[in-house]
Design a protein around this ligand. Structure first.
Ligand code: CP
Length: 309
């Protein structure tokens, strides 16, 4: 397969395994490129990309911008704060105005679930989802699974536990879809209040005891508690959450085998993981960030191949 089966990257749910294999193979090439002294290729010299961020971001925003620049695309950046969105402009009007400036690809983060699906029905462009509310974050899941493959040799057959606030996490849902597609075994672990009731219908196991979950796993992907998305209390206190679901080095050292620790960021040090875990050799958190640029270069490059000029 030399082209993606989809014309937009709206979510992992829409991908087939061949798409992920193609993205990984392309990312392998770009990973080599970004480790050269000259980290740039001319592939997208005639392509213009707009990064629209309606919600805060550090890693994803910078990673997309760098990926686009490494591919020699022209890049414009938009943040909702300070824009005419504050004056009441609709999402469709905002995007159509940007597209009339001859933009080819939209990369968008939006707080509303389904914003990208909605937009894709009304505007004529390529759309990459950089996170939609609590729904999907496809490039994060691609870089996470790519990082597992690079670190452990393969994703198929690996046991991955996703720990923490599953309910509010787009990273969890996209990771579950990608891991299942690639043949991993998946469990989620956290307080029952933070585990969606539908989760087992996705072929995912549930374990509320962190030690048991970690004893089972090859990889633990630790998630942040998304306090900003909570309007009620889901657990008594942060202190109690950390006692039951936080990982420290003492806990890791007491396990039968050494497991790999991942985190999509941003980390709340001392809540879901301690600094001695985040900064340890068991953690591949910064490798994930590095791999994110190669994965995003691959996604942009493959979608750009479909543009007829
Ligand atoms: N992992 C992730 O999406 O981080 P940002 O919110 O900083 O982009």
């Amino acid at each position: 397969m030399s082209t993606l089966s989809v014309s937009n990257l709206l979510g992992i749910k829409h991908l087939i395994k061949d798409d992920i294999d193609l993205i990984f193979n392309t990312a392998d090439h770009f990973k080599e490129v970004i480790n050269r002294p000259i980290k740039k290729v001319p592939s997208l010299r005639d392509v213009t990309i707009a990064n629209l961020f309606f919600e805060n971001s550090t890693r994803t925003k910078l990673s997309f911008e760098l990926a686009e620049k490494r591919l020699s695309a022209d890049v414009i950046n938009f943040s909702a704060s300070g824009s005419s969105v504050k004056k009441g402009e609709t999402l469709i009007d905002t995007v159509n105005n940007i597209l009339s400036m001859k933009v080819d690809i939209i990369v968008m983060r939006h707080p509303d679930v389904g914003a990208h699906e909605f937009l894709s029905k009304y505007v004529d462009t390529k759309i990459i989802n950089a996170g939609d509310g609590t729904h999907e974050h496809p490039t994060q899941a691609l870089l996470d699974t790519f990082s597992i493959k690079k670190h452990l040799g393969d994703v198929a057959g690996k046991k991955v536990v996703i720990v923490g606030d599953i309910l509010h996490s787009r990273v969890a849902l996209s990771n579950i879809y990608a891991l299942k597609l690639l043949g991993a075994q998946v469990k989620v672990c956290g307080p029952v209040t933070l585990i969606p009731k539908y989760i087992e219908s996705l072929g995912v196991g549930v374990e509320t005891n962190l030690r048991k979950a970690l004893e089972w796993a090859d990889v633990a992907n630790m998630l942040r508690v998304q306090n900003e998305r909570m309007d009620i209390k889901y657990f008594p206190s942060t202190r109690e959450y950390t006692q039951l679901y936080g990982v420290d080095k003492k806990l890791l050292n007491s396990l039968d085998s050494e497991i790999t620790i991942m985190h999509p960021g941003p980390i709340n040090r001392g809540v879901e993981i301690t600094s001695d875990v985040a900064d340890s050799d068991q953690a591949i958190i910064l490798n994930q960030v590095e791999n994110g640029v190669a994965i995003r270069m691959a996604c942009i490059y493959l979608l750009a191949q479909q543009i007829k000029k």
